[in-house]
Design a protein around this ligand. Structure first.
Ligand SMILES: Cc1cc2nc3c(=O)[nH]c(=O)nc-3n(C[C@H](O)[C@H](O)[C@H](O)COP(=O)(O)O)c2cc1C
Length: 171
């Protein structure tokens, strides 16, 4: 897919076809994550790739909005150091947001759908994923071929109007 098409075709996909994602595609999606820019190139992230059905089903329990993870072909857990300082925490979240978009666009490029999930139950996430005590699982990104319809550029995305959000020169 062209980059512009991938940007317009990405949408949250929460129902998945019963079709595995090939290793080369998963590797490319993770490589996109690894290449993401970060504040001072600090790369305060680790990516745990989960494809086992039992683990995916358990991960679906980390938050009431994570149910879609259960039937995904795979999920990438974004794991980061737990820090107290607010500014650093915000900076890590900014970087993780960029990594998320890298993952989602690389997936869309290959026709693979993706869906965010927040993580509330950290002990459960740690039990399934095995990350260290001084880290936390910030987000899950479920991946899978769409179960509803293939990814195609959306004509009218559910977004505030261009003229409302874009301010030429000054607000
Ligand atoms: C920070 C963030 C957290 C999100 N958490 C969840 C979630 O826990 N569960 C979920 O189903 N969707 C989640 N979403 C998906 C949003 O609801 C979705 O991106 C938004 O409604 C726009 O829809 P679109 O992605 O299809 O364009 C999250 C998105 C973001 C950016």
């Amino acid at each position: 897919m062209e980059t512009w098409d991938a940007i317009r075709a990405r949408r949250n996909v929460r129902t998945y076809a019963d079709r595995p994602i090939g290793e080369a595609d998963l590797e490319r999606i993770l490589e996109a994550a690894r290449r993401t820019p970060s504040s001072m190139n600090s790369q305060r992230w680790d990516f745990v790739l989960v494809t086992g059905r039992e683990s995916l089903r358990r991960l679906a329990g980390v938050w009431r909005g994570a149910g879609h993870v259960a039937e995904a072909a795979a999920a990438i857990a974004l794991v980061a150091p737990a820090v107290d300082e607010a500014r650093t925490r915000e900076s890590i979240q900014y970087d993780l947001g960029q990594a998320t978009m890298s993952i989602m666009l690389a997936a869309a490029d290959a026709g693979i759908g993706s869906g965010h999930a927040a993580v509330e139950n950290q002990p459960l996430a740690r039990e399934v994923l095995g990350f260290p005590e001084d880290h936390f699982c910030a987000w899950l990104i479920a991946l899978g071929y769409p179960g509803d319809r293939p990814l195609r550029p959306l004509r009218a995305p559910s977004r505030r109007p261009f003229k409302e959000v874009v301010h030429p020169e000054r607000w």
